[in-house]
Design a binder for this molecule. Structure first.
Ligand code: OGA
Ligand code: FE
Length: 412
């Protein structure tokens, strides 16, 4: 359950410190103005060009991609096209596309910048920057980085992904449904690998019905069995419908899918997580916050592992081949060899294996946590030394995970 809490309450502060999502009610990062499409169109200058994503093939899904991240050289077809247009052009398309049977949907996603004009800036200044600082202090976060303005038509979907920043997500007009999974749901959601243009995005397409554990697409059911086989209540979906005046705290590494229930405007407030210790007046060292911090470091370790191993084998296509081999292995090894607790071996069926394809005919291994796979690569002369390193990383991850789950048990 995602709690709904007064934005400046102690309970909300507890969530921010602990890295747990919550809805912040009456939050002054959302309430100053109702930024409807029409209103924004009247305050953003007419010659400012906004970033707009256009859907393809009558799709409503806007999966994020960035071709410059394709360091592993994956064969990639962009799921959307990117363009720029004035806000007014975007709005007039939006208004006419309702009444025609146009198949292209356009999603405006623009960082808030001074070039949008003095009127827009005046309105922006009415948000309480004091509140923005309060969240930063309580969460112990580093610098505030940016605001992203999102204007989307009813039905638009930003598919499930995670971000590497803390996000206070303000709902300004219309209704947005947010579907959340904790970072530990990694194994259920099959992220694209680092070095792929859709890094941080899940390969799994969430069922239309929130909370369902059965995938809608037959082919996906076969490719991503771990999504359905989950029986761990700790990695189940939560969801919430946000209305104007509400903000959602979306912690770094939490999976989220955003769905436009109606035409709507949102404004993301992003911060670097940083290394600062959050202010914790209770002084309780063994509360939920330390547990959550560990599962977050688990994701950070995984991503570093992908980067380091990719570098070791020389990056590019070679990294791709190595990761495919790693995820493709199937020889179980005894847990003693890992020098760690007997966990992780059970991970084998959770990961995307060599030769499987997603709905776009692409295949991506989910990396490196597969102990058995690591063993089979170690036996290969192609990448001498690298697999040992991989196994070291894997046992490190297993230790962190063991720690997370035994602390969870103590708390439940
Ligand atoms: C975010 C995000 C997408 C959307 O704010 O992190 O993913 O459609 N937003 O609002
Ligand atoms: Fe996001």
């Amino acid at each position: 359950m995602i709690p709904r809490l007064e934005w400046d309450s102690d309970d909300a502060a507890h969530c921010l410190r602990s890295g747990l999502p919550c809805v912040l009610l009456n939050c002054p990062l959302s309430t100053t103005e109702r930024w409807t499409f029409e209103h924004l169109s009247s305050v953003i200058v007419q010659d400012f060009r906004c970033d707009v994503y256009c859907s393809r093939n009558n799709q409503r899904r806007f999966r994020y991609w960035d071709e410059s991240k394709n360091i592993n050289g994956y064969n990639f077809t962009p799921p959307t096209t990117k363009t720029t247009m004035t806000f007014q052009e975007w709005l007039s398309y939006h208004q006419t596309s309702h009444s025609s049977d146009s198949t292209e949907m356009r999603y405006l996603q623009q960082g808030v910048v001074a070039e949008m004009g003095p009127q827009m800036l005046d309105e922006y200044k009415r948000f309480s920057l004091e509140a923005a600082r309060r969240f930063q202090n309580i969460g112990g976060w580093d610098s505030f980085t940016s605001n992203l303005l999102l204007c989307g038509a009813e039905g638009a979907i930003t598919p499930v992904h995670f971000d590497e920043q803390e996000n206070i997500f303000a709902q300004l007009s219309g209704v947005k449904r947010v579907r959340l999974f904790p970072p530990e749901a990694w194994g259920r959601l099959y992220p694209y690998p680092l070095g792929h243009p859709s890094d941080r995005q899940a390969q799994v397409t969430l069922p239309v019905v929130p909370g369902s554990t059965r995938l809608d697409d037959e082919a996906q059911r076969e490719m991503f069995p771990a999504f359905e086989s989950n029986d761990d209540p700790a990695i189940m979906e939560m969801h919430v419908d946000l209305v104007p005046g509400e903000c959602l705290y979306v912690p770094q590494y939490w999976w989220h899918q955003m769905e436009a229930v109606t035409d709507n405007t949102s404004l993301a407030w992003w911060y670097l997580h940083g290394q600062k210790k959050p202010a914790n007046p209770s002084g309780d060292k063994d509360d939920l916050s330390s547990i959550d911090k560990r599962s977050v470091s688990l994701i950070a370790i995984r991503r570093n592992m992908e980067r380091l191993i990719g570098d070791m084998v020389g990056g590019g296509q070679e990294a791709h081949r190595f990761f495919l081999a790693l995820a493709g292995g199937s020889v179980p090894i005894p847990p003693e060899e890992l020098g760690g607790p007997n966990l992780g071996v059970t991970y084998l069926p959770r990961y995307h294996r060599f030769g499987e394809r997603n709905s776009e005919g692409e295949s991506f291994p989910v990396l490196a946590l597969d102990v058995a796979a690591a063993a089979s690569v170690r036996a290969s002369p192609q990448w001498p030394g690298v697999a040992e390193q991989a196994i070291k990383f894997v046992s490190m991850v297993i230790e962190v995970r063991a720690c997370v789950s035994c602390r969870r048990r103590r708390h439940s």
